[in-house]
Design a protein around this ligand. Structure first.
Ligand code: HEM
Length: 366
């Protein structure tokens, strides 16, 4: 434990003079006889500053999580600390989404009073927001070309270089991919889990086909064929999980991001999360999905805020405003592969029974 060597004063410790002297409305600076300071610009500044402080805390926690996953072996004790930090990020995100309620007490007319003074500054220049995106796993090349041009062009050279450099470090997505790939259990002596799993899937699909054919008396030929076609699509989707070439093609087309073995092991965790050893890994994956979902919710909420304030006007950063932000909400996802794992889940009753020695290991009885 650290020992204090002298008295501490609240305002000094929190650097309050600096912090509370950092709200400088431009409408005050440029006030004249006909236009005074705009009352709501203070709210606009405070809300943005609070966001940036929370971004700082998210980055602080994210760095610790990245350091843990950067190890070749992640012990159980460190995994629970990762879950705790991921949960904290989720709580912060709840605040971030809620804060829009406060900002929306400013009316569009009040915003118009000082909006033009901000040009060309905009959230495009929030370096911390980009850092969070990059550290999670969203790189410049993952974005649509037109969006890339917009926000890169708005950054200072120093900030652009900083972010470009950051993109060369492994992101959470990449590190978690490596961690998932290293998880054992699915291939052990005399037991190849995925062979067993594929057999279960084939039985399920065969049963589905029989149901369609059995009920075909009540279906028209067209309806029956549509159902059989849908089933064939499901078959192909399942096949893409086990066929490396098909999987890699989806990665090239940006439809999947994680490697095949990482996806398979994540699926194993989802299927057998009740086994003691998989409980924490399951929580890690679930929290990462929650964080991805919360960011998407934030993006939609922010896009609606922009529409409410600007209608169809362009943003101060020069983008199409609401349209751009809505597109970013749709596209800028990180852990979408984890969401799509649900496609491959099968009922518990159809799961392959794990051999006793695998079950023992999964329950810490080595
Ligand atoms: C009146 C309130 C706000 C309006 C009208 C607004 C509008 C916009 C618009 C139109 C953009 C697109 C870039 C541009 O062309 O300017 C943008 C981007 C952005 N804004 Fe806001 N914003 C507001 C408040 C906030 C707040 C409180 C934050 C919190 C930090 C924020 C963070 C961002 C970020 C991070 C981006 C970049 C998003 C991306 O590229 O995916 N904005 N904003």
């Amino acid at each position: 434990m650290h020992k204090n060597r002298g008295p501490v004063y609240y305002g000094d410790y929190l650097q309050l003079p600096k912090l509370l002297d950092s709200q400088l409305p431009l409408s005050r600076k440029f006030a004249n006889e006909s236009n005074g300071e705009c009352h709501d610009e203070m709210l606009f500044i405070v809300v943005h500053q609070v966001y940036e402080l929370w971004f700082k805390q998210i980055l602080h926690d994210l760095d610790a999580i990245l350091a843990t996953f950067n190890k070749t072996y992640v012990p159980e004790s460190e995994l629970s600390s990762v879950v705790q930090k991921l949960e904290r990020i989720k709580k912060i995100q709840t605040l971030l989404i809620g804060q829009f309620d406060v900002l929306e007490t400013m009316t569009p007319m009040d915003f118009l009073e000082f909006r033009d003074l901000l040009i060309p500054a905009s959230g495009f220049q929030s370096v911390q927001f980009r850092e969070i995106e990059i550290k999670l796993g969203l790189n410049t090349n993952d974005r649509q070309h037109v969006d890339r041009e917009f926000f890169l062009g708005r950054l200072s050279e120093t900030d652009r270089a900083k972010l470009t450099d950051l993109e060369t470090s492994p992101s959470l997505l990449k590190l978690v991919e490596g961690w998932l790939e290293r998880i054992p259990f699915t291939k052990m002596d005399n037991f190849n889990f995925w062979d067993e799993y594929q057999k279960s899937i084939q039985t399920i699909l065969k049963d589905d086909e029989e149901i369609i054919l059995r009920n075909s008396a009540s279906l028209s030929e067209v309806q029956k064929n549509i159902q059989l076609e849908n089933l064939s699509v499901t078959r192909t989707t399942f096949k893409s999980l086990f066929d490396k070439i098909a999987h890699d093609e989806l990665v090239v087309n940006k439809q999947r991001r994680l490697s095949q073995s990482a996806i398979l092991n994540a699926l194993f965790i989802m299927l057998y999360r009740d086994e003691s050893m998989l409980a924490l890994p399951f929580q890690v994956l679930t929290s990462m999905m929650d964080i991805d979902e919360n960011f998407t919710t934030w993006r939609y909420r922010h896009a609606l805020l922009a529409q409410r304030m600007l209608g169809t006007k362009i943003g101060t950063g020069g983008s199409s405003g609401h349209q751009y932000l809505k597109r970013a909400a749709d596209n800028n996802r990180v852990f979408v592969d984890l969401f799509n794992l649900s496609t491959f889940l099968i009922p518990r009753s159809r799961l392959p029974v794990l051999p006793p020695e695998v079950k023992k290991q999964l329950n810490f009885n080595v």
